[in-house]
Design a protein around this ligand. Structure first.
Ligand code: IPM
Ligand code: MN
Length: 364
């Protein structure tokens, strides 16, 4: 008899509505483990705004060491109205990404049935691509400084950096992902080679060298970042997989989230694909503090993050069952994805997705 597959999961509900949506995600993951024969051992951590206010701690080094012992991290949301912007984002989210070397930020942009997109005349058959965002370099490194602070002579610099190593490992992931996805087999590099000639010159050379040598089956395409935003709205069906740097990836994936129906549905994975790497999965919307405790927030993005976590852990059947359940709920149940307008409460949406994950959606 085969041994039960057991995964150790660090659960960080975080701030605002984070814990509520993570609770629904765990409900669905529980339903999946019973059905598909694996086991999640969850340990809760309380990092976030409340703990910071109490102790001054964001994500201490000791916690990072502890997190290394897990198979994955399931995160709700970070962001607290009483804490100045930047402290929790840098202290928790970016710290985890950097310290655990989660060098890929994977963000699917997929319009589910029944979900409204602001793009006229486009439907689920047109909006289905994935952004592979580099997640540990670029402007996010914090290189630079300020002099003459607060004076009329103030000077500020913040430098984007890319190493060949950092670019190559991201490209490798993107090529492999495109091959495995097996759809249009097209990888688009999103850059700015007409202006950022150093940075995206490096990306472009690395992209074509690797593609030519190791991925002749994958079509290579290129778009400047400004044009990418245009095509995402005008012809989203052109895209299969987009690979890009950290800053551009941050910006274009918010646009991506909007065309797939908004923050209620958009999920992402901070992935360290190396052996023994610890990846972290999160709904990409914020902590939505004004909805905290009201049981009205949409948990589907968090549920989708849980689905991505299973996918990355190799539980692909369970992940597919969750996605099918989500699609049934968006297509047949919810009136809207917006908080308070779903026609169901947060917990009811979680109940439905859990049930359809376990039993399959009702026969048509
Ligand atoms: C994201 C967020 C973060 C980022 C912030 C909160 C630091 O916008 O995950 O996209 O810029 O990466
Ligand atoms: Mn962002």
């Amino acid at each position: 008899m085969s041994k039960t597959r057991t995964y150790k999961i660090a659960v960080m509900g975080g701030d605002g509505t984070g814990p509520e949506v993570v609770r629904e995600g765990l409900k669905v993951l529980n339903a999946a483990q019973n059905k598909f024969g694996f086991k999640l051992e969850c340990t809760e951590f309380d990092f976030g705004g409340e703990r910071y206010k109490r102790t001054g701690e964001t994500l201490p080094d000791s916690a990072v060491e502890e997190l290394r012992q897990f198979d994955a991290i399931y995160l709700g949301a970070i962001g607290h109205p009483d804490v100045a912007p930047g402290i929790l984002e840098k202290g928790i989210l970016l710290k985890a990404r950097f310290a655990l070397d989660q060098y890929i930020n994977l963000r699917p942009v997929k319009l589910y049935p029944g979900v409204e997109t602001p793009i006229k005349d486009k439907g689920p058959e047109d909006i289905d691509f994935v952004v592979v965002r580099e997640n540990t370099q670029d402007l996010y490194c914090g290189m630079g400084g300020v002099m003459h602070y607060g004076t009329p002579n103030e000077v500020a610099t913040q430098t984007a950096i890319y190493s060949r190593f950092g670019v190559d490992r991201c490209l490798k992931y993107a090529f492999e992902y495109t091959r495995k996805r097996n759809k249009k087999k097209t990888l688009t590099l999103c850059g700015k080679t007409n202006v950022l000639t150093h940075l995206y010159g490096l990306w472009e050379r690395a992209f074509h060298e690797m593609g030519q040598k190791d991925y002749p089956d994958i079509k290579r395409d290129y778009a400047h970042v400004d044009a990418t935003t245009m095509w995402m709205v005008k012809n989203p069906e052109w895209f299969d997989v987009i690979v890009t740097g950290n800053m551009f990836g941050d910006i274009i994936t918010d646009l991506g989230a909007m065309i797939q129906g908004g923050m209620g549905i958009a999920a992402g994975g901070n992935i360290n694909p190396d052996p023994g790497g610890v990846s972290m999965f999160e709904p990409i919307g914020g902590s939505a503090p004004k909805y905290t405790g009201k049981n009205v927030i949409n948990p589907l993005a968090a549920i989708g993050a849980g689905q991505m976590m299973l996918e990355t852990l190799g539980e692909t059947d369970a992940a597919a069952a969750i996605e099918k359940a989500i699609m049934y709920v968006t297509g047949r149940k919810l009136k809207s994805l917006a908080a308070g307008k779903m026609g169901y409460s947060t917990t009811e949406v979680g109940d439905m997705v859990a049930q359809y994950t376990a039993d399959g959606p009702p026969a048509e």
